[in-house]
Structures are given as structure tokens and as C-alpha cells.
Design a protein around this ligand. Structure first.
Ligand code: ATP
Length: 321
């Protein structure tokens, strides 16, 4: 079942010469139980997309539906089905962690057990009794994630969920995401941290300057990019065999009895090994590096990074004529 669907979802900010195309004709379809990674550099349009899904911002063009309901026309009804972890969630400094969870339970008219949630997010009973003003950033993020889980939403919209978390917190968050997905919850996971997305997502969409430039599972995206995949072979004798002519081999470097072969087609690796073995070369060791999601991301977004980095002003973005 399709849980989230956008059709030509577009957002322009501003007018005249200062017009900014933040999201450009986004078409995406996300199925029930899927963990969808939404990747993009700073300013790519991720938050604007989430804001449109939550009806905080109206699209200039296009539509979005969640659970078959229009996100604008049925926003109130949808709220009870969606758990949102926004970037930089504001918590109440003077309330305890437990009160936050209890409020979330009341607000969503749910019957979750606060202790069970505390256990899942890794906050102790003593932590929960403390006011949130004294929490570390990571503790606040854990609590926020706990509040999002209240009411067992059908869709989780997580914006940079690992923000502020230590490695234990990140592992917990990943486990929670996987458990929720296994339970049928759909997760929309927005991040610019490639490792996070790679670890937890079934499918990834790469957003670049408001446009979705690629959507696929991580493995297929790697295959699409291909380049940078390296095969290292250690052999027992000097190598008299030429493998540079094999289809898909991009370059060959030899150093003594080690051969380094870069390929732009993963199938070339097996052909290289087969050629050597067939010519009687004893292969002692084979090692292979796949392009990482980082390589994939770089391939799709090269040239998009802006000099000002995180602090870029909105007007520094592409101005639409
Ligand atoms: N209210 C606004 N008015 C004008 N421009 C805006 C507004 N909100 C966002 N933008 C611009 O739209 C573009 C997309 O911004 P958005 O915040 O959606 O990106 P992002 O991918 O979430 O970035 P980050 O990873 O830095 O949070 C940026 O160029 C941003 O400056």
C-alpha cells in the first residue's frame, strides 16, 4: 500500500529576482513498511518538503497525499497518524522527561506505557524524573524520539534523527527505526549523514537543488555509479596477463605481485579473476571496495555545494528567472 505520494510537489519562495525554487517537481511514492532515506546537502529542500507534507507550508504547485488523504485538506485527521521528529524540536525546560511523554500520550489520546517507551529510548527512571532543561542534547533527542513513537503512528517523519546522539543512541535509534518498519510503520528519514541513511534505509532519494536526481535502493545506486569500485589481487607469481582490455576495466596498476584494478562495471571484477586463473596465475587473495553511498551522493551532487556552507543566506540559492 502506498503511504506517502507526491505529485509534482513544488515550492517557490519569494518573488521577482529573489524567487527561490526550493523544491522542484518532486514525484515520490513510498510504500507501507518502507524506510525511505531523503538525502541532500544543506539547502537541498528537505525541510521544505517535510513542511509541505505536514501542511506547515503550502506548495506552489503539485499535491501530496499520506495514507491516501490530501495533506492540506485532511491535515487535522492525518496528524494522529504521523509521528514527526523535526530538526531542533523545542521541549519544555521546566517539565520532566516523564511529563513530556505523558503529555504526548494525552495529546494523541493514546494508551502507551511511559516506562516501556523510556526503556526503548534508553532513558532511566531517574533521568525521566529530571527536568528537561538539565538534559544533554542527546537525552533531549532520545526523549523527542520517544514522544514521536507515542500512539504507534503509521508514518514517521524524521528530520536528522541522529542529531546530538552518541554512538549508543544512534544504534538505539536505528534499531527503533528497523523495529517500527518491521511492524509496518513507514519511515521517511531525512538526513545529510550518508552512513545513517545507508545503515537503515531500504531506498534512498537524492535531492539536489530541489530536484530528486536519483531514487533507488543503495545497492542499485552503487551499481549506477559503478566508477571507483576497486579490485585488489595478490598473486603467487609475477603477472604476465593483460587484463586492461576486459570490458568494464577502467585502469590497472601493478606493484610487484599486487594488482589493482578499477572498474566501472561490477561484472568486470569476476572477468578479471577468471582471466588470471584461466591463464594459470595463482590468486592468493582478492579484496574489493564497492563505491560507498558517499561516492554515489558525490556523483549526483557534484558542483551543487555552495561556498557559504551551512550559513548560506536563502538568497544565495539558485534564483529562478
Ligand atoms: N521561508 C523561506 N523563505 C525563503 N527561502 C527559504 C525559506 N525556507 C527555505 N528557503 C530556501 O529554500 C531552500 C531549501 O531549504 P531547506 O531548508 O528546505 O533545505 P534543507 O535541505 O532542509 O537544508 P538543511 O539540510 O540545511 O536543513 C534553501 O535555499 C533555503 O534558503
Amino acid at each position: 500500500m502506498t503511504v506517502l505520494e507526491t505529485d509534482n510537489l513544488t515550492k517557490r519562495y519569494g518573488t521577482g529576482e529573489r524567487r527561490v525554487l526550493a523544491v522542484d517537481g518532486l514525484d515520490v511514492q513510498i510504500e507501507s513498511g518502507e524506510v525511505f532515506g531523503f538525502l541532500g546537502l544543506n539547502g537541498a529542500g528537505k525541510s521544505t518538503t517535510i513542511d509541505m507534507l505536514l501542511d506547515y507550508v503550502r506548495p506552489t504547485e503539485g499535491t501530496a497525499t499520506i495514507l491516501g488523504r490530501d495533506v492540506h485538506a485532511e491535515s487535522e485527521e492525518l496528524r494522529r497518524h504521523i509521528g514527526v521528529l523535526p530538526e531542533g524540536l523545542d521541549l519544555y525546560d521546566r517539565l520532566t522527561g516523564r511529563r513530556h511523554l505523558e503529555f504526548a500520550v494525552d495529546w494523541k489520546d493514546a494508551d502507551d506505557d511511559a516506562d516501556a517507551i523510556l526503556d526503548r529510548i534508553g532513558l532511566s527512571t531517574a533521568d525521566a524524573a529530571r527536568t528537561v532543561g538539565g538534559y544533554s542534547k542527546g537525552m533531549q533527542q532520545r526523549l523527542a524520539l520517544g514522544m514521536v513513537l507515542v500512539g504507534d503512528p503509521d508514518l514517521l517523519l524524521l528530520d536528522e534523527p541522529s542529531s546530538g546522539l552518541d554512538p549508543h543512541g544512534i544504534r538505539r535509534m536505528r534499531n527503533i527505526v528497523r523495529e517500527e518498519a518491521a511492524d509496518g510503520t513507514t519511515v521517511f528519514f531525512s538526513s545529510h549523514i550518508l552512513g545513517e541513511v545507508e545503515a537503515v534505509c531500504d531506498r534512498v532519494g537524492i535531492l539536489s537543488e530541489g530536484r530528486l536526481v536519483a531514487v533507488d535502493d543503495v545497492e542499485s545506486l552503487r551499481e549506477t555509479v559503478g566508477a571507483g569500485s576497486e579490485l585488489r589481487l595478490r598473486v603467487a607469481t609475477d603477472i604476465p596477463v593483460d587484463v586492461s582490455e576486459i570490458d568494464g576495466v577502467a585502469s590497472v596498476a601493478r606493484a610487484g605481485r599486487e594488482l589493482r584494478v578499477t572498474t566501472d562495471d561490477p561484472r568486470a571484477k569476476a572477468a578479471v579473476v577468471a582471466r588470471l586463473v584461466n591463464r594459470g596465475v595463482e590468486v592468493l587473495d582478492v579484496d574489493s571496495d564497492e563505491p560507498s553511498l558517499e561516492d554515489v551522493f558525490t556523483a549526483y551532487t557534484t558542483g551543487q555545494e555552495r561556498d557559504g556552507g551551512e550559513d548560506d543566506a536563502p538568497e544565495a540559492r539558485e534564483v529562478v528567472a
